[in-house]
Each structure stands twice: as structure tokens, then as C-alpha cells.
Design a protein around this ligand. Structure first.
Ligand code: NAP
Length: 394
């Protein structure tokens, strides 16, 4: 009989089928059918590249098995099988290949992945509620954040959980399950949205949270959420996300770069610092791109946040009679400020929003780092290793 081995699996109850893991896997060990996303045990080499990119944590599942589950078995699952009892056979768990054990230990400790939580971050709760057992929240409010004629309908939605625990940290996301079923009669999968409120709630100690959601043409879930009325019940999964978290160290300096609704976590970060450490906090710098002031979520309230807490660079791409400007362009204009932040080991960088901005933002970082004699790649890798560099783009 062969020695037991550990197998990498994906939890079908939590996975939202975004296929990011499949796109990330360098050796094509991850694949999917109409039902599930699965890992091929014959190909997977435990490189762990897929672990940090998974927005839900459903990728981080492992079983010790005598015979690996086949792709067909995994495609048919509605839920993960329990750990089988392997004590009767072979060498037992202690016979596991030590090299694989070490990799697995790293994966569970977060050391093997590319992205890490800040060292001082609070410990997040993840996957408390899933598709099979969602939390029911009630809508407390639904407010339009953008002008009626701005072309963008962005909403501030407040959900309240009553007596149900829903511990969520700034930077984490929730899943919203749209009602109804898909073409095959199955419940719709949850769609993920970042919380835009801090850990103690949209209103302190009210067990509620807020989301920032843009209505998308044909968007099944965004239209459902944007049309919610006060008092409606909503099925919620999560919380999700274990790395895009803020440091609890008040001395940390935060450089935040976002577009559109990617501003959601930065509203949460800002409110956390306003509430918990206003007088003593290190500086926060925000580069925020939108088409125009009337389509920039939270434009009015943001302008009122004092500069000593948050330095704001609002960047507009479609102002009349003004040249198009993106966040990466403004970073170059403000390069001295960014150089000062990059040279400081207390700085944490967060990038959130459109995937398309990533390349331009990286290029600006590279130009600025090189202007002060730093290699951008080396600086970024150190920041990432130290849990000080975070990207969440879609
Ligand atoms: P948007 O309004 O389409 O765009 C915001 C701004 O980004 C516009 O000024 C746009 O300029 C500019 N932009 C476009 N391409 C760019 C590029 N390559 N580099 C830099 N700037 C660029 O944004 P949105 O629809 O709100 O989308 C934001 C993204 O954040 C979505 O992909 C969303 O999924 C994601 N997100 C949302 C949440 C949430 O909780 N709601 C959380 C995390 C991430 P032009 O249009 O003039 O070119």
C-alpha cells in the first residue's frame, strides 16, 4: 500500500467561481466544469501561488488521503468530504513526506503565499457563513452616492445583522447571494463586495456594515443590491479575505490608491483611524480616481476629513476642458511625497479598483523608486514579505 499523502482541494460551498486560482496556477493544475473548480492531484506541486489570490479562502483546503480524489469525484461534490480515517493503513500520517509537510505548514501559516497580512493586523474571522448556511441581514438604508446625471449609479447600502454575530475587519469582503436560481435551477453564487465601514460597524456598536456598489448594465447582483429597499432581507456569506487588512499599529503610514468603488476599503480604513486613533495616527495618503467629482463615491464627506489624518489626491479623467488624468499620472506629480513613503519601513501600500490601473501604478512606483536609487521590484518584494504591500483589483 502506498504512503498517505496530502491533497490540495477547494471548498465548493465557499468558492465563488471567479477562476482567479485557475488563471494564476503556473502549471495548469486547476480546472473547472459547470459545477466546481478543482485541483488535479497529479499536477499540483504545492507551489502555493493560488493561495493568496483566492478572495474567499476556499482554496486553502487539504486532506490526507490514501488515494487522491479524482477530478470526476471533485466535480460531483456539493460539499467537501470529511477527513477520512487513515490510521489503519500504511505508515500513518507520520509517514508524510516532510518536504510536503513543510510546504503545507507554510501555507496554513501564510508564509508560502505572495501576499501577507500586516504583522500588527487583528486576526480576521473567515468563512463563518456560506452558501449552505448564509446569514440573513436586513437593509437599513440604500443611498445614492453619485449625481443622477453622472452616468454612474453608485450606492451606499447599510446591512444590519440583529443578534447574529458577523465579525468583519476593514479590508474584508462579504458575499451577497442574489435571490432565485440559475439556468440549471441551482441557487446563484454569491458576489463579493468589500465592506466600506470599520469593524465596529457603520454606526458604532450597531452590528451593521456598509457596502459601496455600482450598478452594472446586466449585472444580476449589482442591480439586485442597488434596488434593495429599507427592511428587505438579504442572504450574506463570509466574511472573506485574510491579507488585505490594515495594520493596528498607529504609527504605520498608509498609501492607498484606488479607482471608483475600489475606494470601499479605504473609507473603512479612514473611519477606523478616525474612531480609534485620530490624534496619534501616522499619515494616510489617498490617490482616488474617478471620472468627475459627481461620480466619485463619498466626495463630500471625504473632503471634510482633515488633511493631518488623510492627504487626498482626487484625480479626474473626464473633466470638461481639462486633460484626462489617472491616479498613476498624479503619483508622478506627487513623486516627492511617494518617495518619502517608499523609503520608510513604516509604510503600507494598498491598491484597489480596476485591474487596468495596476500596470500604470506599478510603472509610476518604478520611476519614483529608481529616482531615489531604489529597485522597485526589490522594494516591493520586501514590502510584500513584510505584509506591507496589498493589491485587490478586478
Ligand atoms: P470606473 O468608474 O469605471 O473608473 C474609475 C476611474 O478609473 C475612471 O476615472 C476611469 O477613467 C479610471 N480608469 C480607467 N482605466 C484606468 C487605468 N488603466 N488606469 C487608471 N485609471 C483608470 O470604476 P468602477 O466601475 O467604480 O470600478 C472600480 C473597480 O473596483 C471595479 O472593477 C470593481 O469590481 C472594483 N472593486 C469594487 C469593490 C467594491 O466593494 N465595490 C471592492 C474592490 C474592488 P476613464 O473611464 O475615463 O477611462
Amino acid at each position: 500500500m502506498s504512503a498517505p499523502l496530502k491533497q490540495h482541494l477547494i471548498d465548493p460551498e465557499i468558492c465563488i467561481r471567479c477562476y482567479t486560482c485557475e488563471m494564476t496556477c503556473p502549471i495548469e493544475a486547476i480546472t473547472h466544469d459547470d459545477n466546481n473548480v478543482v485541483v488535479d492531484a497529479e499536477i499540483c506541486n504545492f507551489c502555493m501561488d493560488c493561495i493568496p489570490v483566492c478572495p474567499t479562502g476556499s482554496i486553502d483546503e487539504w486532506r490526507v488521503v490514501n488515494t487522491p480524489y479524482s477530478l470526476e469525484e471533485q466535480f460531483s461534490w456539493e460539499e467537501l468530504p470529511a477527513q477520512e480515517d487513515i490510521s489503519e493503513c500504511g505508515g500513518g500520517i507520520e509517514a508524510l513526506d516532510p518536504a510536503i509537510e513543510a510546504l503545507l505548514a507554510e501555507a496554513h501559516g501564510g508564509a508560502g503565499g505572495r501576499s501577507k497580512a500586516p504583522l500588527s493586523a487583528a486576526k480576521p474571522t473567515i468563512n463563518m457563513y456560506n452558501l449552505g448556511k448564509p446569514a440573513t441581514a436586513r437593509v437599513q438604508g440604500n443611498y445614492r452616492l453619485t449625481a443622477a446625471d453622472s452616468g454612474a449609479d453608485v450606492r451606499h447600502i447599510i446591512l444590519e445583522f440583529g443578534g447574529l454575530p458577523f465579525p468583519i475587519l476593514e479590508g474584508q469582503s462579504v458575499g451577497i447571494i442574489p435571490p432565485g436560481v440559475d439556468a440549471e435551477g441551482k441557487p446563484h453564487l454569491p458576489r463579493l463586495y468589500s465592506a466600506s465601514s470599520p469593524r465596529d460597524g457603520e454606526r458604532p456598536h450597531f452590528n451593521n456594515l456598509s457596502l459601496t456598489v455600482k450598478r452594472e448594465d446586466q449585472g444580476l447582483c449589482s442591480n439586485y443590491v442597488c434596488d434593495l429597499q429599507k427592511g428587505d432581507e438579504v442572504q450574506v456569506t463570509g466574511p472573506f479575505g485574510a491579507t488585505f487588512l490594515m495594520p493596528d499599529d498607529p504609527a504605520a503610514r498608509l498609501l492607498m490608491i484606488c479607482t471608483g468603488t475600489g475606494s470601499a476599503p479605504f473609507r473603512a480604513f479612514t473611519m477606523r483611524r478616525q474612531r480609534a486613533m485620530a490624534g496619534e495616527a501616522g499619515d494616510m495618503v489617498l490617490f482616488f480616481g474617478a471620472r468627475a467629482p459627481d461620480s466619485l463615491p463619498y466626495f463630500g464627506p471625504l473632503k471634510k476629513v482633515p488633511d493631518r489624518l488623510l492627504k487626498k489626491h482626487m484625480v479626474f479623467s473626464r473633466l470638461k476642458d481639462t486633460a484626462k488624468e489617472y491616479v498613476q499620472d498624479r503619483m508622478m506629480v506627487e513623486q516627492d511625497q511617494i518617495a518619502d513613503l517608499l523609503a520608510d519601513t513604516k509604510t503600507h501600500v494598498y491598491i484597489c479598483g480596476l485591474r487596468g490601473m495596476e500596470q500604470g501604478v506599478e510603472q509610476s512606483f518604478k520611476n519614483i523608486a529608481e529616482s531615489i536609487g531604489l529597485s522597485w521590484e526589490a522594494t516591493r518584494d520586501v514590502m510584500r514579505d513584510e505584509g506591507r504591500y496589498h493589491v485587490e483589483t478586478y
